[in-house]
Every structure is written in structure tokens, then in C-alpha cells.
Design a protein around this ligand. Sequence first.
Ligand SMILES: Cc1cc2nc3c(=O)[nH]c(=O)nc-3n(C[C@H](O)[C@H](O)[C@H](O)COP(=O)(O)O)c2cc1C
Ligand code: SF4
Ligand code: SF4
Length: 267
Amino acid sequence: MNYSTFYFSGTGNTRWAASEFTKIIQEKGHQAGLYAIDIGAQLSDEQIRLIVNDADSVGFANPIYGGDIPPIMRTFISRVVGLIKALTRPKSTYVINTYGYVNAFGPVETQKLLAGSNLELSAYVNIQLCHNVTSSKPLDRAKLAKRMGRGRDELNGLADCLIAGHKRINGYGPQLKIGAMIRKKVTVTINDFYQTLGVDYTACTGCMVCVKNCPTGSIRLYGDKFVFAAVCTACKRCYNFCPTGAITINGVVADPHKFPRFQGPEE
Ligand SMILES: Cc1cc2nc3c(=O)[nH]c(=O)nc-3n(C[C@H](O)[C@H](O)[C@H](O)COP(=O)(O)O)c2cc1C
Ligand code: SF4
Ligand code: SF4
């Protein structure tokens, strides 16, 4: 069997989860493909069609933003659905979500986006790792390691269910209420996030790491000023990975020594 996962990961948590899943599938004697959907990966329509057609099961892995799917993954799933109209028979589909506090609408929203396509959501996992938003608290590595252990077990369960052809939809339930409250507030924040981004030019070295790494191509240098575009998916990769901590949010210059940046789950 062949399992192909498309993933988006702003800061590394989901990349870790999707890579673990790929390894687990391979260890169980099956084929697994892993495809980043960042703009830099340049997945063509033809490649996407081939990947989907060749797979026995197709996966989408992404972090949860505001109890929901990040805009970049929303757009990507809609693109896939538009491209595979020619699929003649249903294909099993799985979702891997990572989150810090509470997920709510990840599976519901994915199902809505897949409606009318022949991609049928058959398995879903919800993996709590850590948040990647601005904080003065250092990352609790021991807690994260425990969660990664639990996450591995979840991914192993996901792989077993897919291989056995069983359904596995976890993650609905009491979280929906809290998620609904978060979603109401955060959706607007995510869509408008690009307007809050800026650069502290006294700290910026002009290395262009932010421009090269932005998954949506939202950062451009015009003359000597950086401009952020509305297609930004609010992943905070620019903020977390700027080597000098020069990316600002709402004009705030956050000293990296006082506000440690999150650069992925693995040291
Ligand atoms: C804009 C934004 C919104 C977020 N909203 C939520 C949320 O509603 N619930 C939650 O549990 N975590 C939330 N998080 C945390 C991420 O879901 C979590 O850190 C995720 O594992 C990051 O994955 P990544 O490293 O693959 O980008 C949010 C993070 C960002 C950047
Ligand atoms: S990554 Fe940071 S230092 Fe490099 S160009 Fe961007 S803002 Fe400037
Ligand atoms: S501008 Fe920053 S937050 Fe927005 S998509 Fe690019 S890297 Fe992510």
C-alpha cells in the first residue's frame, strides 16, 4: 500500500509528526511519500494529480490555528479537490493535526473542504505538542518530549487503522465549545496578521532568511523596506527564525533572550 501525506508546518511540529508517520508506515513494510506544500516546494498540478492517483490513501497534515485549518492548507485542499475531479472511485483520506492547547474544528473543516470530492475522510489524529506563539516562558522540553511520545503512539494507531482499513476519527467532542470561542476571535487575527508584522531595522542584517523561508512568499523587499502581503498564513516562521530577532509583531521588538523563539521540537 502507498500512503502520501501533504503537509504544512510553520515551525516544525507538524513536519515532525508527518515525518514520524512516514517512518512508521515504512517500518510496517508499506510505501510512504511526504510532500511540503510551501510555495518553495513548487508542487505542480500534474505532480499533485500523480501523487493522489498513485496513493492508496492521501493525508493532509497541518497545525491548528484558531481552532481551525491555516489558510495555506485550506487553499491547498481546495486546489487538490479541484484537480482530482476525474477520480472515479473513493479514496481513503487521513488528517494529522498538531496543536498547543485545543483543537476543535480541524476534522470538521477538512471534511467540509473534501465534500463532493472522492476523497473520504477515514482517519484522523490530533496531536498535542506545544504552542509556537510569543512567550516569555522557555520551552518545557521534558513536557514536549512526553507529548511527542504520546504523539508517536497516536501515529502508530493511525497507521494500524489505515492499513487494516478501519475508521479512526478522534478529536471531536467537548473541545468544540472552547474551540468555537477561540475561532470567533482568532480567525480575524489570522487573516489580518500580515498587517501586524514589521522589521526592526536596527537589528536586521538584510540576510533575507525571512524572504526565502516564508511558505507563502508574503515577504518582499522594496527598496530598503520589507513589505508583508495578505496571503500570509500567520505561521510566525519569520518571527521565530529570524537570526537576529528583528521581526516585530504590532511594532513590538521582542528581545530573543527574554522571549525565546520556537524553532521546532527537535534540538
Ligand atoms: C496563528 C496561530 C494560531 C494558533 N492557534 C492555536 C489554537 O487555536 N489552538 C491551539 O491549540 N494551538 C494553536 N496554535 C499553536 C499551534 O497549533 C501549534 O504550535 C502547532 O503544533 C504548530 O505547528 P507547526 O510547528 O507545524 O507550525 C496556534 C499557532 C499560531 C501560529
Ligand atoms: S531574517 Fe531577520 S535579519 Fe534577515 S532579512 Fe529578515 S528581518 Fe532582516
Ligand atoms: S510573513 Fe511570516 S507569518 Fe506570514 S506566512 Fe510568511 S513566514 Fe509566516
